[in-house]
Ligand binder design. Sequence first.
Ligand code: NAG
Ligand code: NAG
Ligand code: NAG
Ligand code: NAG
Ligand code: NAG
Ligand code: NAG
Ligand code: NAG
Ligand code: NAG
Length: 307
Amino acid sequence: MASRRSFGLVVLFLWLQSAASESEVIGMLGSSVELRCPYDGEKSLDKHRVQWQATEPVPCLVDAYFPNKHDKKNCCKEFRNRTQFIKEDFSLKLFHVTVKDERTYECVVQRNTSIEFNFAHKATVTLKVAAYYSKPSITRIGQTGDEMTFNCNSSHGYPEQKLHWTNQMDNSLFNVTEWPATLEPNGTFSVSSTLRIKSASNIKLECTIENERLGQNTTAVFEETNSSVSSENNKSANSVSRHNRPAVMSILVVILILPVIMYICWGEKSCPGRTYTAGVCVEKAEHANAPVETEHSLISGTVGEHQ
Ligand SMILES: *[C@@H]1O[C@H](CO)[C@@H](O)[C@H](O)[C@H]1NC(C)=O
Ligand SMILES: *[C@@H]1O[C@H](CO)[C@@H](O)[C@H](O)[C@H]1NC(C)=O
Ligand SMILES: *[C@@H]1O[C@H](CO)[C@@H](O)[C@H](O)[C@H]1NC(C)=O
Ligand SMILES: *[C@@H]1O[C@H](CO)[C@@H](O)[C@H](O)[C@H]1NC(C)=O
Ligand SMILES: *[C@@H]1O[C@H](CO)[C@@H](O)[C@H](O)[C@H]1NC(C)=O
Ligand SMILES: *[C@@H]1O[C@H](CO)[C@@H](O)[C@H](O)[C@H]1NC(C)=O
Ligand SMILES: *[C@@H]1O[C@H](CO)[C@@H](O)[C@H](O)[C@H]1NC(C)=O
Ligand SMILES: *[C@@H]1O[C@H](CO)[C@@H](O)[C@H](O)[C@H]1NC(C)=O
């Protein structure tokens, strides 16, 4: 009895004291999460009592370890059968994480100092829960005259997300600031956003759902190009990826410079004089099909001619 009262006093005292150790952990909805109690002392269980409690909104006992006692009926109902005390490191495993588990937890360690149990350690863990949003999908839900309407939806994420629509034609953001979120029965959110834009023949839209807590960005793309506009060839020429640019440049260099060199050589009747120069010319012609190398031999060739 006396030790129980002193335990109560210790807890009260701790409320006024700043936490010894604080951490934050993310638990995925529906799975399990481990709350750590980083106690440095030797963790022999016959000398310790460990109590895991949830603080706000109402303090409640989550799990506890008392030597020679295995009675858990004091634990609050919402955690019953969902916890496992890890004896090796005093941490707590919580199963089937729900949105309601998003609370602050304390691990209080008391040590038997041969007469009574005294406070030894306290750790605070804030549990944040999260769930990934499903990949969004964009649907065209209407087209009237000069206006088109699109919908983007995604489901069962947590916590509430950010959503943005991007116009990929000019990389601008659409000014959509409202997106109704629906609270699902299991506490997750689903979102559905409507976008109205002027009709256009070429459309490329992106809808991105961002779950900041998880660093998740998931995107849907809607694309429609008016194929009757014969811009396909011009477009593909413009959209050569940056990756291919050096190769394209060398080909251009060859195409532009080769005739000049050939003309000079032709004019000098197959490079009369130094055979070395003639060799360069021949080499040039041979390499015309290998653009990467040609650029190099062009440079050395020019140097050779000036020597
Ligand atoms: C919530 O419920 C939906 C539909 O019942 C399910 O698809 C989703 O996985 C659930 N999410 C969690 C975290 O339990
Ligand atoms: C916990 O499990 C026991 C036995 O498996 C069961 O009788 C009890 O109803 C469960 N309690 C809760 C709150 O689920
Ligand atoms: C504390 O430890 C002492 C000596 O090891 C033991 O006699 C005593 O029963 C322990 N107290 C409790 C409450 O377990
Ligand atoms: C998203 O919208 C499509 C089309 O309107 C619908 O079929 C689908 O069920 C919606 N999905 C969600 C998760 O609301
Ligand atoms: C976006 O729309 C809101 C209200 O619909 C408006 O107050 C705001 O000025 C708009 N922002 C821009 C950049 O157009
Ligand atoms: C997600 O997108 C937002 C807005 O574009 C950006 O600020 C953020 O860094 C992105 N996050 C990740 C993890 O890519
Ligand atoms: C393509 O665009 C032309 C004019 O820009 C229009 O007359 C035609 O109906 C469009 N075709 C489609 C399939 O949208
Ligand atoms: C390429 O674009 C030009 C104008 O920029 C146009 O006159 C021409 O018809 C286009 N060619 C093709 C194949 O689309």
